[in-house]
Design a protein around this ligand. Structure first.
Ligand SMILES: NC(=O)c1ccc[n+]([C@@H]2O[C@H](COP(=O)([O-])OP(=O)(O)OC[C@H]3O[C@@H](n4cnc5c(N)ncnc54)[C@H](OP(=O)(O)O)[C@@H]3O)[C@@H](O)[C@H]2O)c1
Length: 251
């Protein structure tokens, strides 16, 4: 496949690293020059202008910031036979589609920086198969049937840093008692990672099963979980606070 990236920043670099070595021809746009030059060290990656990237690609991946996209995309030579994948936050399909005319095969997705290691969950709306064709083998495709459903994944994605902050906070607390910050970080991070290692991520209730196994009445886990119940109310409030920004209905 001929794959082009418009906007060569942090997330484009991770996606290119996920695709390299798989028989594709990959072109990245000139900006950011440092990242583009670095990626062009890969044998199947070259740097080209936005216009060339668009003209020479069967799949164009849009990795611009939303405000830049509004200015740049309408000037590019999109074709009706191209696939377009947008990873841009705050850019619903209704906003992206007119900017890419006459291309109509457009899918939105939310890659994460670890996509280059595989195992990345990728919500897709609408699911034309283009995201699965590029990333499906090693990653987890989550098709969405509505823009609202896709947008809700954007809010849920924000859980990442909230959970990481809890892990860091617990490691700091532990280190305060052990005096071993490195050991505390290693312990808490590996502890949490361990619960996910054997999971298939197939929606079969694996998380609830793990919770059930940590529910001995009066045990440390059940006790702390009960103590933390108000934090989950706050979590719902925090997620709901994204509804206006994401155009989601009121709770
Ligand atoms: N980072 C993530 O984890 C992540 C995850 C999912 C989705 N996204 C989305 O992906 C998009 C990019 O995010 P990012 O984190 O990769 O941002 P970023 O690192 O700032 O990348 C944006 C890139 O666009 C380039 N650019 C600016 N003007 C341009 C132009 N006229 N033509 C071509 N390229 C131009 C910038 O180059 P200069 O540096 O030279 O200005 C920069 O390299 C955003 O919409 C974001 O919401 C990001």
């Amino acid at each position: 496949m001929h794959i082009g990236f418009i906007g060569t920043g942090e997330i484009a670099a991770c996606m290119v690293r996920a695709l390299t070595g798989r028989g594709h021809t990959i072109r990245v746009s000139e900006r950011n020059a440092r990242v583009a030059t670095e990626l062009a060290q890969l044998p199947d990656v070259s740097v080209a202008s936005n216009e060339e990237v668009t003209a020479l690609s069967s799949t164009v991946v849009l990795c611009l910031m939303a405000d830049v996209a509004e200015d740049v995309l309408p000037t590019l030579p999109f074709r009706a036979d191209q696939q377009v994948i947008s990873v841009m936050a705050d850019m619903p399909l209704a906003r992206v589609a007119p900017l890419c005319a006459p291309a109509t095969n457009i899918s939105l997705t939310i890659p994460l920086p670890f996509i280059d290691q595989g195992g990345c969950p990728l919500p897709v709306y609408p699911d034309s198969g283009s995201v699965a064709a590029l990333f499906g083998g090693e990653n987890i495709i989550v098709p969405c049937t509505t823009q609202d459903g896709f947008n809700a994944h954007m809010a849920a994605c924000a859980l990442s840093s909230a959970v990481l902050a809890e892990i860091q906070h617990t490691a700091d607390w532990l280190a305060g008692l052990t005096g071993n910050a490195a050991g505390a970080e290693a312990y808490v991070a590996a502890l949490i990672a361990g619960y996910f290692r054997g999971m298939r991520f197939d929606g079969s209730g694996e998380v609830q099963s793990a919770l059930d196994s940590l529910s001995t009445e009066g045990g440390f886990n059940a006790t702390l979980r009960d103590h933390m119940a108000p934090a989950r109310t706050e979590l719902t409030r925090g997620l709901d606070a994204f509804r206006p920004r994401l155009g989601l209905p009121d709770a």
